[in-house]
Design a protein around this ligand. Sequence first.
Ligand SMILES: Cc1cc2nc3c(=O)[nH]c(=O)nc-3n(C[C@H](O)[C@H](O)[C@H](O)COP(=O)(O)OP(=O)(O)OC[C@H]3O[C@@H](n4cnc5c(N)ncnc54)[C@H](O)[C@@H]3O)c2cc1C
Length: 578
Amino acid sequence: MNVERLKTDILILGTGGAGLFAALHAHKANPDLDITIVSKGLLGKCGCTRMVQGGYNVALNPGDSVERHFMDTIEGGKWLPHQALAWTLVSTAVERIHELENEIGCFFDRNPDGTLHGKAFAGQTFDRTVHKGDLTGIEIINRLMEQVWARPAIRRLEEHRAVALIPAADGALSGALLVDVRSGDFKFVAAQAVLLATGGGPTMYRYHTPSGDKSMDGLAMALRFGLPLRDMEMVQFHPTGLLAGPDTRMTGTVLEEGLRGSGGHLLNGAMHRFMGDYDPKLERATRDVVSRAIYAEMRAGRTTRNGGVYIKMSHLGPQRVAKEFKGMVDRCRDCGFDLAGGLVEVVPTAHYFMGGVICEVDTATERAGLFVAGEDASGMHGANRLGGNGVANSTAFGGIAGDVMPRWLAAEKPGHRVPDPNVLDAEVARALHPFGQKSGDLNALREKLLNIMWDDVGVVRDRAGLQRGLAAIDAIEAELLATGVADAGRRFNLTWHDWLNLRSLTEISRVIARAALKRENSRGAHFRSDFPEPGDLATSWFTVARQTPGGIGVGTEPVAFTHVKPGETLLRDQAAAE
Ligand SMILES: Cc1cc2nc3c(=O)[nH]c(=O)nc-3n(C[C@H](O)[C@H](O)[C@H](O)COP(=O)(O)OP(=O)(O)OC[C@H]3O[C@@H](n4cnc5c(N)ncnc54)[C@H](O)[C@@H]3O)c2cc1C
């Protein structure tokens, strides 16, 4: 098989907030470096940063503080976050939002006095979510895209899919193998440093929100490359996915957090406002709590026509709702619902993946030359991500990666390494696998995975369900390996890419289920009905999964309380000091 060879200094896999910020910062740090960005889709049109609705958490208001944002992040994450990473996230967000406005050119909504408006987001003690209406991500990604376009020195490989990280014969990182989606040809890009920023994306659940190009490829590649993955049981379900029946892909898409934050009510099929039965914070409880409450109502059969619950906004005044949530109102109208004046059916939907590659605060991984940022990285959010901390995370750490990689190259002078030909051949053969099989019903297989993950590895879990889920995942993988793609051509063969997507999803689904079996307690997004207690906070631990010769091994490591211990708060310290 012919594999075209390219060379670059810094290879960035993914063009969301993390990847684009990394490219801009690396270029600024050293304009002489050769930087290549790779995107499975089109620049500015793919990934989830574009889909950000609600906004960007940042402590700007004098009544707020970085410490308060940090405490919300730690408490929201149920004391599992890596505290140095969480601190870096909340403190860098302040610098990054000014950069987004003043250097990248974003416009965000303002208060009458000219300061940035912070909207209310559930699970937070201050209204700190900066936004552009309810379509914040389009503003951020369009401006980032323009900045990258304005720098032709940043080479772009759009509609190129990364399929493997490739080592040299001595095991050190050599580069990445790509498939050019348009031609179907393979490319190997030798790089001195690689940033993994493919954005996670739990699209293996029946209801899910992330963009269709996201299928956990980055984590599947990292796992095969031998990297440890943290918190893999932690899948965030957003409580209010649109439920518009099985015949539209709009089902599962998210209705933003600000709806609950600004006073929306959740009603079950009997029109009872049920959140008071579950949590005193009502609809403003964190996402995990609200998702479980809705799931419980569904299990009890107190559902709407399509099997979910209702969100009601009309008591806030239809005109206000139509003005403040224009994007959401339009989206609901497209599906036949009146968000401003009526009721909209919603269901919990898989939204964000807290798990990912273990990294340092400078985005370095345990393999020299490989860096990770954005949703592929782990530790910042622990057991639960606050709404608004996702795009803050990807832009904060993407920028850091862009600062760090040029410095690392200058200090380490790693040079380009020759890829191990055996691994390269094996990875090409692995990607071509479905062309050697009899074609089958890939969509039915995908549906099977979506259903098994929703039913057995979803909002509420127990041992029997997880074991059932694992057996089903093994069976789906075996069936997938025996299933081919419809035609033999590789040019823009989307069935081939569906196959590759499903393979990544199946592999990471197994890791999620294994990590969920390991965690015999209930923290944040992970709830075990057979172990409903959270466990001792002071001795909190996180899961670490690795590929081993025998399959997936899952161990645990203690959380280091470097900044604050359970039962303490940085805010009291601050108050005492004042
Ligand atoms: C509907 C929705 C609404 C959201 N709203 C908010 C919000 O209001 N506030 C908030 O903070 N967060 C929100 N989030 C989360 C937020 O979007 C993400 O946390 C963040 O944008 C992730 O950034 P990223 O750069 O890591 O990944 P992404 O922006 O998803 O980018 C991933 C990139 O990797 C590429 N890619 C994937 N696989 C491959 C591959 N194999 N090879 C090459 N490229 C690949 C993709 O094409 C894409 O370019 C929302 C998410 C969704 C889905």
